[in-house]
Design a protein around this ligand. Structure first.
Ligand SMILES: [Zn+2]
Length: 431
């Protein structure tokens, strides 16, 4: 099917022509042209007058099933939050819980303009099935933890689960779902087990997704225990040879930054989660100046407490300005890059993140014909500082609408909400 989206203001994220006023032609799954092409013969025409069209957002670090734990544990630091509250309740989760919570998160992400996400959790088949059904793109990984060494990790339960997930779902959903490997963090794994995971990632050529230097305590304890920073420990264990997503990175040393630059490691900034858990503020302006790819993520809905990427864009731009007392740090356009093209790179999505001919038709349509968006003089600034998630009207992945004019096309929102409310009642009994 050929779709023509016409009369739009298009934020392309293409450095050659960042803003185009005109049309986008879509042929099947890909963009045929951006601008004007009178030879294009559409089967369907969408008038986008009064709309901004831009690449769909990429949530490069999240734990989708945690939407089941929204407002379950708040106003605590990371260690108390994770070990006293989150890990115990997560032990009660079933694959059915994971499936419905992931479905709920897909609804929330689509409604707020997200087209792809990088997810770390467990019992991930439910998340993979939700991603396939929703039509979204997803990199999914089983968070691996091991607190005690064993003579052999061959029959390690978590790694077996990760490998089964890889065999069953890598490349599924017409290639929309990818499976990465994931050491949860250095403080939840022994160095030997880390080496085992790094080896496996190398063997499979799989991407790696992990948390690095989220808190000051994590760094201090790692240095005390292993004589090196979390980044140096992972490097010495053999990581960073395949595409790597490193979430948080609030406390990287200058040596760590050099490793990140040399090994082309992708940083994911999660400003809301870092603020809420009082972990600190990652100096991402400095990382970007060092030439490192920095993407954006929401983290899970238990530490955020939503999956709204527009809040992350807004905060990412404002925080660096305030902390560095420099209004030019992280421009509106930089913040949008973090949420689109940089996120796509972190997930290894080669033809997503920029609207140009030949790329995937992965885009969102934002209705800007609203009082709080009128008037405007700069499209990047309008989206970064004024647009709300609820202004997103339509979401397309690979030429297919996942949401059109506010209606989710791929998921049954009423049924998902019904199932989740039942599960919420069960969890409430544990409080
Ligand atoms: Zn996380």
């Amino acid at each position: 099917m050929n779709i023509l989206i016409k009369n739009a203001v298009i934020i392309t994220m293409d450095s050659e022509s960042p803003i185009v006023k005109g049309d986008i032609g879509i042929k099947g799954q890909t963009i045929s042209f951006v601008g004007k092409d009178n030879t294009f013969t559409p089967d369907r025409i969408i008038d986008a007058k009064g709309n901004i069209v831009m690449p769909g957002l990429v949530n490069a670090h999240t734990h989708t099933p945690m939407s089941l734990l929204r407002s379950y544990a708040d106003d605590l630091n990371l260690q108390q939050w994770l070990f006293d509250k989150i890990f115990p309740i997560e032990d009660t989760f079933t694959e059915d819980d994971i499936y419905w919570a992931s479905m709920l998160s897909c609804v929330e992400m689509i409604q707020s303009g997200t087209i792809a996400f990088a997810d770390m959790y467990f019992l991930n088949k439910g998340t993979a099935k939700a991603a396939i059904q929703s039509g979204m793109r997803a990199n999914i990984c089983r968070g691996l933890q091991c607190f005690e060494d064993k003579p052999s990790f061959e029959d390690d339960e978590r790694m077996c689960e990760a490998l089964e997930l890889y065999r069953e779902f890598d490349g599924s959903g017409d290639g929309r779902v990818k499976i990465d490997l994931s050491p949860h963090a250095v403080y939840t794994n022994t160095p030997k087990y880390l080496e085992y995971i790094a080896n496996m990632a190398g063997k499979l050529g799989a991407g790696v997704h992990t948390h690095i230097s989220e808190t000051f305590v994590e760094n201090e304890e790692c240095i005390k225990k292993h004589g090196m920073t979390p980044t140096a420990l992972l490097d010495s264990a053999g990581f960073f040879k395949t595409r790597t997503i490193a979430a948080h990175c609030v406390y990287l040393t200058d040596e760590d930054v050099n490793i990140f630059r040399e090994k082309d490691i992708n940083i994911v900034h999660n400003p809301t989660s870092n603020l809420k858990l009082a972990s600190g503020i990652a100096p991402v302006g400095k990382y970007m100046q060092a030439g490192i790819n920095v993407a954006l993520g929401t983290d899970g809905a238990a530490s955020n407490n939503n999956l709204n990427m527009f809040e992350e864009i807004h905060l990412a731009a404002l925080l660096q300005k305030g902390v560095n007392k420099n209004p030019t740090d992280i421009s509106a356009e930089d913040a949008l890059k973090m949420a689109t093209i940089n996120g796509a790179k972190a997930l290894g999505l080669k033809n997503t993140g920029v609207l140009k001919a030949g790329n995937n038709a992965d885009l969102i349509i934002i209705n800007i014909d609203k009082p709080h968006l009128t008037p405007y003089y700069n499209a990047h600034a309008l989206v970064a500082y004024s647009v709300q998630a609820s202004d997103v009207e339509s979401v397309m992945v690979g030429g297919k609408f996942l949401m059109e004019k506010g209606q989710i096309k791929t998921l049954d929102v009423e049924q998902i909400t019904y199932e989740i409310k039942k599960k919420g009642d069960r969890i409430r009994c544990h409080m």
